[in-house]
Design a protein around this ligand. Structure first.
Ligand code: UD1
Length: 425
């Protein structure tokens, strides 16, 4: 088992560079399936999930190569897509990474059929697929569930109007990727507005798709007969940037986050200002500095442009060492407070009730062995370890490696005392 040993007590200071967003790069890789030939995607983070998505594409007959850049944790990925890709994605891959289901839309659109394993539950909630399925059905696909697979068939897709009950990121992406090759016009209402959706639509547009309204709640897609491969650069990762920003505030440090886009973190940065931090947008990044102890601030997670659910564990960790009491409300994933029990092991005063957590701030936390339950919970626990007395051992860090390239190296570059160690299982 791999663990992080985090020694508390040092402030994060210096410069760190963020590469492309995991939650965009994985979808851009799926979008490559929409055109035969060689698509190049730059600033793809060197993380396990990208390796898993590469394997998904290889099993569909693509040739995938990855060349890492010298600095920044990103690299250039080349996907060579055959004229007739395969149509099946197995449970062993979907189980390891839920985002594998984003090949569903492109495969149905391009090949007229797809068999993709059902992902099942995961550590942050039940995560339904109903909107992916009903949207594809409205576009003309027939979808059945058999032996743990979603089986979709659609000799042709036809443009339609789709209303999403919730602005789901994954459903919006799958439906846009199906609609780009449908006949006629598709209008998706109550669509997700995340920067990663805008990024996907920008790449699809560069490939020849006709898309209007990306970044708003109504996306209109005029289907085209075919798309061409392109060269495209992934949008910077706002969740990684937000993690370093919150870490700077918690440790009372001073960090320049190169390539961070302040406009993609408006609510989160406003919360950090409310906590007393100095937040300064720079031409190519962002500076966050903190003097003294932060003030507790209430946080409510919501679809973009609301406070991101992926930064909620870091917000709870911040409140745990702030003055006063903060109310954190989780509205996106019902299981996302599971990690709170681990934070309590570090001496945090947190009570949860349904989708609310009441956090009473303490001056410092107290080190203990804790378990990373998912990517973001793991990152939140490491930040908590940085403000704990003694050495905190964060276990099961393979979760963190799924979302943060060079996590230990980047933190060490900012002065943190953190080591990756092997422990017997
Ligand atoms: C993506 C991100 C994840 C982020 C989330 C919200 C990836 C790989 N993951 O996840 O990191 O936390 O967006 O910004 O990009 N839902 C349904 N039915 C559906 C679809 C979704 O009930 O058909 C529900 C989910 O259970 C969840 C909520 O909608 O409660 C949000 O899900 P969604 O926005 O789809 O998130 P993901 O795309 O899974």
């Amino acid at each position: 088992m791999e663990c992080f040993e985090v020694t508390g007590g040092t402030a994060l200071t210096g410069r760190v560079r963020v590469t492309g967003a995991k939650n965009s790069a994985l979808k851009l890789m799926a979008a490559a399936l929409l055109a035969a030939g060689r698509t190049t995607i730059d600033e793809v983070p060197d993380i396990l999930d990208v390796a898993i998505m590469s394997e998904v594409l290889r099993r569909l007959g693509c040739d995938v190569t990855y060349e890492r850049h010298a600095v920044g944790g990103g690299g250039r990925l080349v996907v060579d897509v055959p004229d007739r890709p395969g149509t099946e994605t197995d449970y062993d891959l979907v189980r390891r990474m839920r985002a594998s289901i984003s090949v569903l839309g492109p495969l149905v659109a391009r090949c007229g059929s797809a068999r993709v394993a059902l992902p099942g539950g995961d550590a942050i909630g039940s995560r339904g697929l109903d909107m992916h399925i009903s949207g594809l059905e409205r576009l003309g696909a027939t979808i059945e569930s058999e032996h743990g697979f979603l089986v979709a068939t659609a000799p042709r897709l036809e443009g339609t109007s789709i209303w999403l009950d919730f602005p789901s990121v994954g459903a919006t992406e799958n439906l846009v990727m199906a609609a780009v090759l449908a006949e006629g016009t598709t209008v998706i209402d109550n669509a997700a507005r995340e920067p990663e959706i805008v990024d996907l639509c920008a790449m699809l547009t560069a490939m020849g798709a006709q898309i209007d309204g990306a970044g708003t709640s109504t996306i209109t897609v005029d289907g085209v007969p075919g798309l061409q491969p392109v060269t495209y650069t992934t949008v910077p990762d706002r969740i990684v940037a937000g993690t370093w920003a919150i870490g700077a505030v918690m440790t009372r440090g001073d960090v320049v986050i190169e390539r961070a886009v302040a406009d993609h973190l408006t609510v989160a940065l406003a919360k950090l200002s409310d906590a007393g931090a100095q937040v300064e947008p720079l031409p190519d990044g962002l500076r966050v500095a903190m003097d003294g102890r932060p003030r507790g601030v209430d946080v409510v997670t919501l679809p973009y442009p609301g406070f991101p659910t992926d930064l909620q564990p870091m917000a709870v960790a911040l409140a745990a060492v702030s003055t006063g009491t903060a109310l954190i409300t989780e509205n996106v994933f019902e299981g996302r407070f599971m990690f709170v029990n681990e934070l309590v092991r570090l001496g945090a005063s947190v009570r949860t009730d349904g989708h609310h957590a009441v956090v009473r701030g303490r001056e410092r936390l107290s080190s203990a062995p804790v378990l990373a339950t998912d990517i973001r919970a793991g990152a939140g626990l490491v930040l908590a370890g940085l403000v704990s007395d003694g050495v905190t051992e964060v276990q099961d860090v393979h979760h963190v490696d799924r979302g943060y390239p060079d996590f230990v190296e980047q933190l060490r570059g900012l002065g943190a005392r953190i080591e990756r160690v092997q422990r017997p299982d």
